[in-house]
Design a protein around this ligand. Structure first.
Ligand code: DC
Length: 233
């Protein structure tokens, strides 16, 4: 680690925004460039949803939800390439949590208050040492309301659906653009209107609309904003 890096102030960078606007891929590279830890909070809700589906949990039954939460252990581990990967009950879970089935249930599961309480408490624990880039829906508004840098990312629905389709195709999965688009739309709607910590733009968040930005531009923009705070520029 460079001397300059050792001396630099550690901050929390909260990146919130709509589904599929590039939050996770951007946050991951921003974290790498700053030597920070990247935490994908959506992966925590996805892993929980996957576990609930596996266990056939009735999400309307609080007793079953609490019991299932007790049996849901989520951890992050840095892989050989320096990327943080989510583990569900000790198993790498990435490949199970990005399916259309999980997409269709994750907003319902993440609207449950006891689920949110468990996730938020773990997320705050992870952030105690700072030096973290965390992306999600409520990171700047609820999890870290005092985060030094808050970004609200968005992009047009059409661009987001096309990007998501390309991402899935790269994994060998083909989904109709109209299905992806309607799933994104309904998740945005559900995430923004739920009673407990809905997706809102924190008052002090900086909006980054990626509709017309290249990936590198959006990364550079956020890294520059972070460096201004880290180095008191
Ligand atoms: O970021 P993502 O699309 O992988 O997130 C999946 C779902 O998880 C999203 O539709 C809403 C929920 N979520 C949430 O409620 N709060 C967060 N901090 C992150 C995700």
């Amino acid at each position: 680690m460079s001397y300059q890096r050792l001396l630099m102030k550690k901050i929390i960078i909260a990146i919130d925004g709509h589904s599929a606007c590039g939050k996770s891929s951007t946050a991951k590279v921003v974290a790498k460039k700053l030597g920070y830890m990247y935490i994908d909070s959506g992966a925590m809700y996805r892993a929980t949803t996957y576990n609930f589906l596996q266990e056939g949990v009735d999400t309307k039954n609080p007793g079953q939800v609490d019991q299932a939460l007790e049996n849901t252990d989520i951890q992050f581990k840095i892989d050989g390439s320096g990327n943080s990967q989510v583990l569900l009950n000790g198993t790498f879970a990435e490949e199970f949590i990005r399916t259309m089935e999980v997409n269709q249930h994750v907003s319902e599961v993440s609207a449950i208050s006891s689920v949110r309480r468990a996730m938020v408490s773990q997320q705050r624990q992870i952030g105690t040492e700072k030096g973290v880039v965390m992306d999600g829906r409520d990171i700047g508004s609820v999890v870290f309301p005092k985060a030094e840098l808050k970004i609200f990312m968005t992009a047009s629905l059409e661009v987001r659906a096309k990007r998501r389709q390309k991402e899935l195709q790269e994994k060998g999965v083909f989904e109709e653009l109209s299905d992806i688009s309607s799933n994104l739309k309904s998740r945005d709607e559900a995430d923004s209107t739920r009673a407990d910590s809905p997706l809102v733009q924190a008052e002090d968040a900086i909006v980054v609309d990626t509709t017309h930005l290249t990936f590198n531009d959006q990364v550079d923009k956020i890294v520059k904003l972070a460096e201004q705070i880290i180095y008191d520029r």
